[in-house]
Design a protein around this ligand. Structure first.
Ligand code: CA
Length: 543
């Protein structure tokens, strides 16, 4: 992809298509057609002109291991007034998907492609892929990534090497929130996680450090700097909250301590009722799924301990929400809130892991959520956080792969609306290219680039019907799934067989229809195996 010198195209109102309400799926206004024609004459892909103020700034915020129903506007009891405000002023997706896991989600999110090479490690991002940072930078955007990266900490795999002018954060998967120099406990490998600023490693942190605050501070500084330029900016802010280790400030924890004594089953029921009231789900097509195989009875649990770990988790989300509030206030103070599209999602469902085992984690109960502890929420909360859905992180049932997605875009997105159109994280690349008036490249730095697999979400943002994907597919750690229309085929590695669900009647995957529709199972499975071949997925567990 070549950088276009600032020539005749400068004055063309690239973004006019977003001001028009033609009902045309492609939204090709005469201005856009004219621009494409001019660019074609010059033999260049659309990119690289100076901003005339018409293109929006883009902010994509992502949380880590947060369940589908934790935040208020998705039915949760965690106090999230700032995210709820984004929802009240924007659009919520009820059927948006990630890839069930930190690394595979990030690989898809930044490239617009399904994960390649088995979905592990820095191989996820190679020279035949571009990141949305690279595409937007070529299109004239200032670019920044702040927070967790998890796609490689060595050159040429760092964010700074892959399209982000500014980077600050954790290049690894998770770290101590208060002191990132503290090694993981032995049961997690005992490593110190890689932290960096642009091309430099960071090994020292101030005393009162907390990652969620520090990421927001850096994001705000970057926005202030970028707002002084005529160029639009793109910020990808990726919090590590509420991923384990469960670390939160004592005052934040205190607000939730004792609030989870209702237990996970009651929490799920309350969330489910609120989701129905707010129109996110329809009880006729979405039952509250049955109890999970790893859940244990609340009556037999150490209820005080369980309340404590859920309280720390809630405090982490509460803190993230307040930080998002600070970020939004910065946009308002700078007068750029109206020309900035802000999106929020989670990278995978609530997490049911117990690294080190629940007994090990019970030990440091005197000081919950502090730097010296390494707690997780465990399987029962991790499952209930995804109410009403089945399973959790690393699974391809809806509880693993369905995420909130909130989109606030003043004047374009209708306030307080919900869409039930499915979407997937592979769609962000096409969406951002669309917003920036550029195109996904065929070649980059002399390398052929894998053709884009996602589709722009802009029509959905504008309240229109988007042509759906032919299918969506998933794989992680032996779990597989494929959704075509409303049919979803799921392979749970625990059972090693395909189950079939009709999401038009059964969003929460409670009734396996595979025995009634064996041919459909065969047809969808065939598609999944083809997809696995195309994306080089190494699956195990038979066919
Ligand atoms: Ca994650």
């Amino acid at each position: 992809m070549k950088l276009l010198p600032p020539i005749a195209v400068i004055a063309l109102p690239v973004n006019d298509r977003f001001h028009q309400d033609t009902g045309d799926e492609e939204m090709r206004s005469p201005c856009v057609r004219l621009r494409v024609t001019i660019l074609a004459i010059f033999g260049i892909a659309a990119a690289g002109y100076a901003s005339d103020g018409s293109r929006p700034n883009i902010i994509l915020i992502m949380s880590d291991d947060m369940g589908w129903s934790d935040i208020g506007c998705y039915g949760g009891e965690v106090r999230t007034p700032h995210l709820d405000r984004l929802a009240a002023e924007g659009l919520r997706f009820s059927q948006f998907y990630n890839n069930a896991k930190c690394t595979t989600t990030r690989a898809s999110l930044v490239t617009g492609l399904y994960p390649r090479k088995g979905g592990r490690g820095q191989q996820l991002l190679d020279e035949h892929m571009v990141t949305f940072g690279e595409v937007l930078r070529e299109a004239g955007y200032q670019t920044a990534l702040v927070g967790k990266w998890h796609l490689g900490s060595q050159p040429p795999h760092r964010p700074y090497d892959r399209g982000f002018d500014e980077y600050y954060g954790l290049m690894d998967g998770c770290c101590n929130f208060f002191n990132p120099t503290q090694p993981d406990p032995k049961f997690k490998g005992g490593r110190v996680r890689a932290f960096g600023h642009n091309d430099q490693r960071i090994t020292e942190f101030p005393k009162d450090y907390y990652t969620t605050d520090a990421f927001t501070d850096h994001a705000i500084r970057t926005i202030k700097r970028y707002a002084g330029s005529r160029k639009p900016f793109f910020l990808h802010l990726t919090y590590t909250a509420p991923h384990y280790p469960l670390h939160a400030r004592p005052n934040d924890i205190a607000r939730y301590r004792g609030k989870y004594k209702m237990g996970w089953l009651t929490m799920r029921q309350r969330r489910y009722r609120r989701q129905i009231e707010m129109g996110l789900i329809d009880p006729k097509t979405c039952a509250l799924s049955a109890q999970d195989s790893r859940m244990y009875p609340w009556e037999e649990a150490d209820q005080d301990w369980e309340d404590m770990r859920m309280a720390v988790y809630a405090a982490m989300i509460d803190s993230m929400d307040r930080n998002i509030g600070r970020l939004m206030q910065t946009l308002a103070d700078l007068g750029i809130e109206d020309n900035t599209i802000v999106m929020f999602l989670s990278d995978n469902g609530g997490c049911a892991e117990e690294p080190g085992g629940s007994k090990l984690q019970r030990h440091p109960v005197d000081d919950p959520g502090s730097a010296s502890t390494y707690m997780t929420v465990g399987p029962s909360w991790g499952w209930a956080q995804n109410a009403p859905f089945k399973r959790y992180k690393a699974n391809t049932h809806e509880g693993g792969v369905r995420t909130p997605l909130i989109v606030r875009w003043p004047g374009k997105v209708k306030p307080n609306t919900i869409t039930h159109q499915p979407g997937h994280i592979i769609d962000f690349m096409a969406t951002f290219a669309d917003l920036a008036g550029t195109q996904y490249p065929q070649t980059y730095k002399g390398n052929d680039i894998i053709p884009l697999e996602g589709k722009s979400l802009v029509p959905v943002f504008l309240g229109r019907k988007r042509e759906p994907h032919d299918y969506l597919a998933w794989h992680w750690a032996g779990n597989r799934a494929l959704r075509a229309g409303d049919w979803k085929l799921v392979w749970d590695k625990q059972y090693k067989r395909w189950a079939l669900y009709d999401l038009s009647k059964d969003q929460s995957e409670t009734r396996d229809r595979s025995a009634a529709f064996p041919q459909r199972v065969e047809e969808l499975a065939k598609r999944w195996y083809l997809w696995a071949e195309t994306t080089d997925v190494k699956y195990s567990g038979g066919r």
